[in-house]
Design a protein around this ligand. Structure first.
Ligand code: PRT
Ligand code: ZN
Length: 284
């Protein structure tokens, strides 16, 4: 049995739960006051915590693995392993200054004060850039700090950028990108590592599936060779004869990102009745 810590409520909680369900791991989480639950069909116990508490919880052995933002992982400074990037809750951590401030480079921040909830990440960045600034650690509503005279600049999470704009700030320096990550204790016994490998295998299959689509189309027999060149699939496309002579239905997979370009090429090559279907799991 391994113990996984996930965020109780917040931006990561729903997607973390969904990821487990997509991996075929089922558990009761209807009661939001619950702190702990066990999966019905996988050797996994789940702890529901505040994201900031997860690194410590793994470091002291109360949990073996966890799902948190890369920002929280790096800020914790704990010696934990980053096992897998999970591709959700994407954001960036940036420095922002009041809109009217002239800003050429990060050295303009020398001697200035910067408000943040991520002092460790910011300090490392400033050290790398040889800039000495005063870091004000505050939790929550960092973006209001310059407006109330608490700091000259902020270092915070940015997603769409609208929070910064509505507080009269401009993003001037991206320090890092972040996404949800699976982290683990540095040393775990063999039995636990086996369960983690099993979980990782499933996560891989779910993630792979998400980046591919299943494609079906009809084509006259003489066009099949050209179409196969465009969508060669995993090994080779499946061909099924249609009831109408001289035609086949061709089934294959394509990468989500090549999707529109492929559709155009397929139509040009003579494909008709193209269907694109999501794939649930994919094992190569
Ligand atoms: O209660 P708990 O401590 O568990 O949760 P929390 O409030 O600390 O974290 P939560 O749920 O807000 O975020 C969890 C994680 O989601 C973060 O650590 C990031 O890794 C990731 N994430 C992704 C974000 C955002 N996007 C995001 N937009 N975290 C916060 N924001 C906030 C940001 O702080 C700012 O106030 O959204 C605002 C910026 O958004 P835009 O779109 O206006 O730029
Ligand atoms: Zn938090």
């Amino acid at each position: 049995m391994i113990t996984l810590a996930i965020q109780k409520t917040g931006r990561l909680s729903e997607k973390s739960t969904k990821l487990l369900k997509d991996c075929g791991i089922y558990f009761a989480n209807g009661d939001s006051s619950k702190l702990k639950t066990k999966a019905n069909n996988f050797p996994l116990q789940i702890l529901f915590l505040r994201d900031d508490d997860i690194p410590e919880c793994i470091a002291d052995g109360a949990a073996d693995i966890g799902i948190i933002g890369e920002n929280v992982y790096l800020e914790s400074g704990r010696a934990l392993k980053l096992v897998k990037r999970l591709g959700f809750a994407g954001c960036r951590l940036s420095i922002a200054v009041p809109r009217q401030m002239d800003f050429e480079s990060v050295s303009d921040l020398a001697g200035k004060s910067i408000a943040t909830s991520y002092p460790r990440i910011l300090q490392k960045y400033l050290d790398r850039k040889n800039v000495e600034a005063n870091i004000h650690q505050i939790t929550g509503s960092v973006e209001v700090a310059p407006g109330i005279g608490l700091a000259d600049a902020v270092f915070d999470i940015v997603s769409s950028g609208s929070t910064l704009i509505s507080n009269g700030l401009k993003e001037v320096e991206k320090v890092m990108d972040s996404e949800a990550v699976l982290i683990a204790a540095p040393e775990l016994d063999e039995a636990k590592n086996k369960v983690i490998d099993k979980l990782l295998f499933r996560i891989q299959a779910v993630k792979k599936a998400a980046s591919y689509k299943y494609i079906l189309l009809n084509a006259p027999d003489e066009k099949i060779d050209d179409i196969v060149k465009i969508i060669p699939g995993m090994k080779s496309p499946t061909l099924i004869p249609l009831a109408e002579k001289g035609w086949h239905s061709l089934h294959s997979v394509i990468q989500e990102e090549d999707f529109w370009e492929n559709i155009e090429n397929l139509k040009k090559a003579g494909a008709q009745g193209i269907l694109i279907i999501p794939i649930e799991k994919m094992v190569l």
